[in-house]
Structure formats: C-alpha cells, structure tokens
Design a protein. Structure first.
Length: 87
C-alpha cells in the first residue's frame, strides 16, 4: 500500500509527508525496504510467515532496490539527511 495511490491515496500522502517533512522518520524510524523484507520473510509460520502475494511483491521490490538512485532521488535523500543531522 505504500505506493498504491489507487487503493490507498491517503496512506500514500501520509508516507510522502513523513518522508518530506519529518527527517527523523525517514532517517531513523522508517528503515529500509531490504531490512523490512528480511524481517517479514522470517516473521512467522508457513510461507515464511508471509502470504504469497506479499512474498511475490517483496521479490519484485528486491529487483527494484538493486537499481541505483536517480540524481533527483539522491538529492532528495541528501537534503533530508542534512535537515535531520542539524537536529
């Protein structure tokens, strides 16, 4: 649901606002997709504790994570870090 604007528009806006306006969220609380995928695949019982449709999405996300950040994404992350590090 993190990026599913069709089904979860309010949730997507909330996550975007947290990323953009609350540097401590994106720098310390949110974590990264790779770490969360590892946690969720080891979380429970059967199917590594993850329903099949979620597991498939996590595999797709792993391929996306291996892509380098765009220049725009790098600049955005650097700006967030600079704001956070001043607090």
């Amino acid at each position: 649901p993190r990026t599913d604007e069709t089904n979860y528009p309010n949730l997507v806006r909330w996550y975007d606002a947290m990323d953009d306006l609350v540097p401590s969220y994106s720098c310390r609380i949110k974590g990264d997709a790779s770490s969360w995928r590892k946690v969720l695949t080891m979380a429970g019982f059967g199917n590594a504790g993850v329903p099949l449709d979620v597991s498939e999405r996590m595999e797709e996300a792993q391929a996306d994570e291996s892509q380098a950040l765009s220049e725009e994404e790098e600049e955005k992350e650097q700006k967030i870090w600079e704001t956070y590090s001043k607090t």
